[in-house]
Design a protein around this ligand. Structure first.
Ligand code: NAD
Ligand SMILES: O=C(O)C(=O)C[C@@H](O)[C@H](O)[C@H](O)COP(=O)(O)O
Ligand code: ZN
Length: 419
């Protein structure tokens, strides 16, 4: 089977300095003429993998796209899993053509999951749909050398990743993130899961992909609201560990929202570099990885209580980061100035920063949902809170419980909600 050899130009993520404000020179795989590609490597020993980032990697033509995909398929069977929105937009057909391009000899099956008004994306992230993926793989007689391809946003990525972890106890999978959220976060680091009715991502596995192909060209079809949700999540990297990136976002966030190609590539690269570094240090969240959860304890409660799909993940995380920042300020751990800067940037991402008046959230529901957060240990809720200068945070169970209660009361008070 002829496979084009893709020479990656990996950067040693764990050794690189944080964001420098200016983009690193782009590095291009030797065999490719166009488009330019930056590669961030996730350094996990023999499970290391590349994240290819560029504009047009998949959307340019099948020949170009084939070079990023075929090299990572070891057997002859591939299952692309996507949803009906992406399928209608032509992404399935394009990905299939790239995998079959030339004399690849690959047999490519496709499964299209629902995503519509009755079943919004987040509501499809269920064990039932996971079963549909594995049943389909059995029906098509896929074997242990098969490769699953997750083509979509974080919902498809998390669910297909989990299916790949379970199917015949583990097959390879490739992430093709098509939302900003998936490019900057969910496709990287191997957290795979489905939701339970009463808690987000409660059933899943740590299972790494063999490659991630992030083509910012695919963001041109993404609705504005979804783009904003991704931008909101990006801000956390600046707040928890990368002050220069936060400052770069303060200068460039509108360019990102306008989908300027360079700004998008910069955003995806800086985010992936941060995430890859953290994951390389602590793959299974024994400590530092938990910092990627800034705002999520509150955000997950908001998503769960309102019903999956009511809030987009980055919207709930935006409110959650506001809550975490206020609590940090009220504990005396950050300055008023830093608190205001953090909230102002989240607001500029064009996501809500407070709960709406008609939200069903109250203090009791926050508390009961947060009680089953994955960061609870021996009954103690540990939180990620900002502490010190911009770019510093702590993961701790040692904080004044009264300040947590006041934070919940403040955000649930109709006075502090929006219309
Ligand atoms: N595993 C992780 O580390 C991690 C990190 C962040 C988020 N997540 C999870 O990711 C999920 C959210 O991901 P998301 O924000 O990508 O949402 P999503 O997967 O629901 O996608 C958003 C919507 O955009 C559509 N869409 C996707 N790509 C498109 C494109 N290019 N053009 C037009 N429409 C497109 C989808 O069909 C969907 O309707 C949540 O479940 C969250 O918990 C996981
Ligand atoms: O990769 C991580 O680690 C994260 O926490 C990234 C989060 O943005 C993401 O939403 C993740 O799915 C949350 O994980 P969970 O363990 O809180 O479910
Ligand atoms: Zn998240």
């Amino acid at each position: 089977m002829a496979r084009r050899l893709l020479q990656t130009v990996a950067c040693a993520v764990a050794l690189r300095p944080p964001h420098q404000g200016l983009r690193q020179p782009t590095r291009r795989p030797a065999t490719l003429a166009q488009p330019t590609t930056t590669t961030v490597e996730v350094d996990l020993g023999d499970r290391s993998y590349p994240i290819y980032i560029g504009d047009g990697l998949l959307t340019e033509d099948a020949a170009t796209a084939s070079q990023y995909l075929q090299t990572h398929v070891k057997g002859s069977q591939v299952l692309i899993v996507t949803n009906e929105i992406l399928d209608r937009l032509g992404y399935t057909q394009r990905t299939k053509a790239a995998l079959e391009y030339g004399d690849s000899g690959l047999r490519v099956e496709t499964l299209v999951l629902p995503d519509n008004e009755e079943q919004p994306s987040e509501a499809t992230k269920t064990l039932e749909n996971l079963g549909k993926i594995t049943d389909y793989a059995i029906e098509k007689a896929l074997d242990r050398k098969a490769t699953f391809v997750a083509l979509g946003g974080g919902v498809i990525g998390d669910m297909v990743g989990f299916a790949a972890a379970c199917y015949v106890r583990g097959v390879d999978f490739i992430q093709i993130p098509t939302t900003l959220m998936a490019m900057v976060d969910s496709s990287v680091g191997g957290k795979t899961a489905v939701n339970s009715k009463s808690a987000k991502n409660m059933v899943g596995a740590f299972y790494q992909p063999v490659a991630v192909v992030a083509d910012v060209g695919s963001l041109r079809t993404l609705p504005d609201r979804e783009l904003a949700s991704g931008v909101s999540e990006v801000i956390k990297y600046g707040l928890i560990r990368d002050a220069p990136f936060f400052e770069w976002l303060e200068d460039n966030i509108e360019k990102v929202l306008e989908r300027d190609s360079e700004a998008l590539i910069e955003t995806v690269e800086a985010s992936c570099r941060n995430k890859a570094e953290v994951v390389a240090l602590d793959e299974k969240e024994g400590g530092v990885r938990a910092t990627l959860n800034l705002g999520h304890t509150f955000g997950h409660a908001i998503e769960t209580k309102a019903g999956y799909g009511t809030y987009l993940h980055g919207e709930a995380v935006g409110i959650g980061m506001h809550m975490a920042a206020k609590m940090s300020r009220d504990l005396g751990w950050i300055s008023d100035e830093l608190f205001e800067r953090a909230v102002a940037l989240v607001a500029r991402a064009k996501v809500p920063i407070v709960l709406p008046l008609d939200s069903p959230l109250d203090v009791a529901s926050f508390e009961s949902i947060m009680a089953v957060d994955k960061k609870v240990a021996d009954g103690l809720l540990r939180l990620i809170l900002l502490k010190g200068d911009l770019g510093n945070c702590v993961f701790t169970g040692e904080y004044d419980r009264a300040v947590l209660k006041e934070t919940l009361e403040h955000f649930c008070d109709p006075e502090n909600r929006s219309n």
